[in-house]
Write a protein that binds this ligand. Structure first.
Ligand code: AVJ
Length: 319
């Protein structure tokens, strides 16, 4: 990407952030799309979260992948075209690529071109013989894969990290249907999903003792200050993790302790004491619910791999 394109993209991102902030804060209850949590600072904090003692998903999923690499690679088969939705999985991607038999091509997809190039470079270094074709796209929206992808080699979607859980039910079904379309008639996919479990474990994972998740959540307000010149009483907002049983999701909220006003882009938003901004939902599944969603989106759920405590699952789907 040229420097001018990059500046253009940044300006578009900022404009989209402004529009989402004005829209989300105008709603009752107030809400912001969780993707705005992940600027450079937010991504750094998320990396820190993945190493926290309370945050079990990353290390558990990595453990399952290591343990089951052979079986998972067998799902993709030889000469696979591996399509990864979101290119940030690093070590998890490497475990799968290392276990594949003569992979034909690796196609990482990410909305951030810079991030994508950096991870593609890392993969090329680690796997010198492997063809890598990064695709810049927002995988939560409709898009086509490039028409020049090889037609030989079975296509396999890889979507680790329980990212499916950040999508609402309708979005998740649309995503699964899109991935099914991308891989075609004899395609397969492997997904990582976080499982339902006791609420204390869930809430601790999203409200750690060291306060890293709180800093990650509050960073979205700091980003509003940095990028949109927002005027807000930062110290009046506190991070909270809540279990929403109906949605089967852990929610992150920013709670205004006292009544206050937040001004941004020429608009003012009043908060009552205790009012919140809902910043993220992280849905938790059971295998039955997931099998139902697979059915509804043109897949069938084949295999399930989990850890000894049943915290997290990797599942395979076939078209
Ligand atoms: C990146 C979506 C997997 O939902 O567990 C972690 C994000 N938010 N702590 C998750 C997150 C707060 C994370 N995912």
């Amino acid at each position: 990407m040229s420097m001018l394109d990059r500046i253009d993209t940044l300006a578009q991102q900022r404009e989209a952030f402004r529009a989402d902030v004005l829209d989300g804060l105008s709603r009752t209850p107030k809400t912001l799309p969780s993707r705005w949590l992940y600027d450079d600072r937010g991504s750094e904090l998320f990396e820190e979260i993945t190493a926290l003692p309370e945050y079990y998903p990353t290390r558990t999923e990595t453990g399952i992948l290591k343990e089951q690499a052979g079986e998972i690679a067998a799902v993709f088969g030889p000469q696979a075209v591996l399509i990864e939705y979101g290119a940030g999985a690093g070590i998890k991607t490497e475990i799968v690529l290392a276990a594949l038999a003569a992979p034909r091509l690796y196609v990482p997809i990410d909305i951030s071109g810079d991030f994508l190039e950096a991870s593609a470079e890392r993969i090329r270094k680690r796997f010198p013989g492997l063809a890598v074709e990064p695709v810049v796209a927002d995988f939560t929206a409709e898009f086509d894969l490039p028409g020049d992808l090889p037609q030989d080699g079975r296509r396999g979607g890889f979507f680790p990290g329980s990212t499916l859980g950040n999508l609402g039910r309708r979005e998740a079904l649309a995503f699964l249907a899109r991935m099914r379309r991308h891989v075609g008639e004899d395609g397969v996919a492997v997904l990582g999903v976080d499982l339902k479990k006791d609420i204390d474990t869930l809430l601790a994972a999203y409200d750690d003792a060291a306060g890293v998740t709180a800093a990650f959540d509050i960073n979205i307000l700091e980003r509003m200050q940095r990028e949109l010149g927002a005027d807000l009483p930062l110290d009046n907002f506190a991070h909270e993790a809540r279990w929403n049983g109906e949605a089967s999701a852990v929610e992150m909220h920013l709670v205004a302790r006292d009544a206050c006003t937040l001004s941004v882009a020429g608009r003012s938003f009043a908060f009552e004491a205790g009012e919140t901004i809902h910043t993220e939902s992280s849905r938790k599944y059971d295998v039955e619910a997931l099998a139902g969603m697979a059915d509804e989106s043109g897949w069938s759920l084949d295999k399930v791999w989990t850890d000894p405590h049943g915290l997290f699952a990797l599942v395979s789907l076939s078209a």
